[in-house]
Design a protein around this ligand. Structure first.
Ligand code: GLP
Length: 244
């Protein structure tokens, strides 16, 4: 779906999420959302907060699982995805704290793999992710699944690609400050979601969008694995769609 602007596109995705939440609330059921960070989804989060404040959209029946987090990182540091999520969404809505899940950047190295398998189990125990939101990195990563990731990968500790660390350098005020690793849901985890929205804005994403949508499915562009998912929508503005 190609929209005039990222603003209208973000509103459309927020409407889809709100629709699911309301439908589930009527049935007395939970809605499970997979959430992303980065500049791409911020407008969508603003729209969800607006709907909460102005239209009474309640998040009392919502469970969230975030895609990824740098490792190691403290949750109160400027670049933490925990902090990001609270700032843009979680602090402004009525979600129950026990329903929020974000990979933990403060773990001891030896505790990471148990944390990752528990994360997978928690997702399964609530019936899987209903809607997964994705941005995309210049390397073709989804979450932090860098080139080389298998389509069956699960939540794990990964080493960040050099390009990803360059792209994050301004957030960390220098490339050497960017953590070398991250905890991310796997490609396999993401592909288990019932519905996926991949969002991308701006000319800078147009090349990776073309490779994702029109390229061969390959581990060198992990986002291409989405071509095999039965229920994925690619949400673009005009600039991101320019090379299609
Ligand atoms: C980071 C995140 C990804 C995100 C990507 C793109 O690498 N781990 O989940 O999709 O950045 O970021 P942006 O939306 O700022 O372009």
């Amino acid at each position: 779906h190609i929209y005039e602007t990222s603003q209208t596109a973000s509103k459309a995705v927020a409407q889809e999420i709100a629709g699911l939440i309301r439908e589930r609330a009527k049935e007395g059921r939970m809605a499970v959302l997979g959430l992303a960070t980065g500049s791409t989804p911020t407008r969508m989060y603003e729209e969800l907060v607006r709907m909460h404040k102005e239209e009474g959209l309640s998040f009392a029946n919502v469970i969230t699982f975030n895609l990824d987090e740098y490792f190691p990182i403290q949750p109160d540091s400027l670049q933490s995805y925990v902090r990001f999520m609270h700032e843009y969404l979680l602090d402004h809505i009525d979600i129950k704290p026990e329903n929020i899940h974000i990979p933990d950047g403060t773990l001891k190295r030896e505790d990471v793999s148990k944390f990752c398998s528990d994360y997978e189990m928690k997702i399964k125990s609530v019936g899987g992710i209903d809607i997964q939101i994705l941005g995309i990195g210049r390397t073709g990563h989804i979450g932090f699944n860098e080139p080389g990731s298998s389509n069956r990968s699960t939540t794990r500790l990964i080493t960040l690609d050099h390009i990803t660390r360059i792209d994050a350098a301004s957030d960390f005020f220098a490339e050497e400050n960017v953590p070398r690793r991250a905890i991310t849901m796997g490609v396999g985890t993401i592909l288990q979601s019932k519905k996926i929205f991949l969002m991308a804005w701006g000319e800078g994403k147009s090349n990776v969008v073309k490779r994702t949508v029109e390229g061969d499915i390959s581990e060198s562009v992990p986002a291409t694995y989405l071509q095999n998912h039965p229920n994925v929508e690619v949400i673009l503005d005009q600039a991101a769609a320019a090379q299609l």
